[in-house]
Design a protein around this ligand. Structure first.
Ligand SMILES: Cc1cc2nc3c(=O)[nH]c(=O)nc-3n(C[C@H](O)[C@H](O)[C@H](O)COP(=O)(O)OP(=O)(O)OC[C@H]3O[C@@H](n4cnc5c(N)ncnc54)[C@H](O)[C@@H]3O)c2cc1C
Length: 415
């Protein structure tokens, strides 16, 4: 199928970026999504290009603390208990990585993808209308006090090793710098050279429009299966019929799992549910995106208002939002920005694609011509531009100055 296009499945940030880089490197490209572009996890995330976001959730302290966190209604970790039995095999594997050696290995591998995020997004959009969505900024971590900051010393050590050393502001200087914040925040760790996307859905829509203007296709259809001939992909079967391809890229976020099963690989991939509340026309806005350490949510001054996003909830792909996580998020926002008023509020539930080892799957499945580009967990927006470029380079046979072995999809084969 040499003249057939490369088919990219899923038009989130990963698929949109991959399709665009493929087109730029001279391929015919068809991007397929079961819905409109940018309406999955990429729609409602915290918008942050978190280059320093290299530390997985599974740090060494998690195992002893996990049960306590789950039972504490003011901690932003939730589980739908009826989902527990389904979750258990994944959770066992996930928690097995909560040790120093694995955490350092994961952080090192994630930093290859996140480290130059802003430059990668700029390269993706240079000279195009989509560039307008990228905002360079600091990315600040707000702590109640120095003791709370020091309690995170392990995480900061890993960030430092990845090249991110924060500047600290303490005492009343915090509110002088960021007047929106409650006086209860008395330490701000400022990370320079970060950025955010002013509106991720608008950004992805522009990327897909650009693809079409360059001659790529976008088709609305649900991909059901791969068609292999002699072990090589030659077409995908969809709700709208069969489409021939030379290669395929699977970038369907958390929904990639069933399609990987069609290729005989059972990826331990869970939906890590997360939420946002968007405060429209807020009376005050922070000047830079912030991670509020006490509430473990990010607050980002995006173009639609103040978006506060976070919460980890395990409970599968059910579309119904849970009340308790949203109530907690709202309470933490109120505590952090006590003087903020808004003209309106919107809620959103989304699904982070969470592989059990916290590393995305980027690479070819055997020699099938199907490439994976999913499983970016908390850093998909951050690493989306670079991942697309990596996949396009792989398909084009261009050498990469990166160790790709940590992301190999075949690490889950035969398990
Ligand atoms: C609350 C929250 C906050 C977050 N904050 C940040 C942040 O600040 N910074 C950051 O970097 N990351 C953040 N993330 C993570 C980030 O949003 C994800 O990692 C990223 O969006 C994943 O992108 P994706 O393209 O892989 O998947 P998605 O955006 O989910 O896209 C997958 C697409 O595949 C399509 N699809 C699925 N199945 C099929 C099929 N069979 N056929 C055709 N199409 C299909 C879907 O319709 C969807 O459009 C956050 C996530 C959440 C939930």
């Amino acid at each position: 199928m040499a003249n057939a296009p490369v088919i990219v499945i899923g038009a989130g940030i990963i698929g949109a970026s991959t399709a665009l880089w493929l087109k730029r490197t001279g391929h015919e490209v068809t991007l397929i999504d079961k819905g409109e572009p940018g309406m999955g996890a990429s729609f409602g995330n915290g918008c942050i290009l978190a280059s320093c976001g290299v530390v997985p959730v599974t740090t060494p302290g998690l195992l002893p603390k996990g049960p306590k966190y789950l039972l504490d209604p003011s901690f932003p970790l939730f589980i739908k208990w009826s989902y527990g039995p389904k979750l258990l095999p994944w959770l066992t594997r996930y928690l097995s990585h909560a040790n120093d050696k694995d955490t350092r290995r994961i952080a090192q591998s994630l930093s290859q993808i996140t480290g130059d995020s802003v430059e990668q997004h700029k390269a993706l959009t240079a000279g195009t209308p989509a560039a307008k969505w990228i905002q360079e900024s600091d990315y600040n971590f707000a702590y109640p006090d120095r003791a709370a900051f020091e309690a995170d010393a392990y995480v900061w050590e890993l960030r430092r090793e990845a090249g991110f050393v924060p500047e600290l502001i303490e005492g009343p200087a915090v509110q002088e710098y960021e007047p929106a914040l409650t006086p209860e925040v008395s330490l701000l760790a400022i990370n320079k050279n970060h950025g955010f996307i002013l509106n991720p859905a608008g950004y992805i829509r522009d990327l897909v429009t650009l693809l079409q203007e360059m001659g790529g296709r976008f088709i609305k259809a649900e991909v059901k299966d791969f068609d292999l001939s002699g072990g090589q992909v030659c077409a995908v079967d969809t709700s709208e019929g069969r489409f021939e391809c030379s290669q395929a890229v699977l970038s369907a976020g958390v929904w990639s799992k069933p399609l990987m099963q069609k290729l005989g690989i059972n990826v331990p991939l869970e939906a890590e549910r997360g939420y946002h509340v968007l405060y429209k026309e807020p009376s005050i806005q922070p000047k830079s995106p912030m991670m509020i350490a006490a509430g473990k949510f990010v607050a980002t001054p995006m173009d639609q208002g103040l978006r506060c996003a976070g919460i980890v909830e395990f409970g599968g792909l059910g579309e119904t939002p849970s009340k308790a996580p949203l109530a907690l998020l709202r309470r933490k926002v109120q505590e952090t920005f006590p003087n903020m008023r808004a003209a309106g509020e919107e809620e959103w539930l989304g699904f982070r694609p969470a592989p059990s080892d916290s590393l995305p799957l980027i690479g070819e499945v055997g020699s099938s011509g199907v490439y994976t580009a999913f499983g970016h967990h908390h850093i998909g927006l951050t690493g989306g531009a670079k991942t697309g470029r990596m996949v396009a380079n792989m398909i084009s046979g261009q050498p990469m100055n990166l160790d790709m072995s940590p992301y190999a999809p075949n690490r889950f084969a035969g398990r």
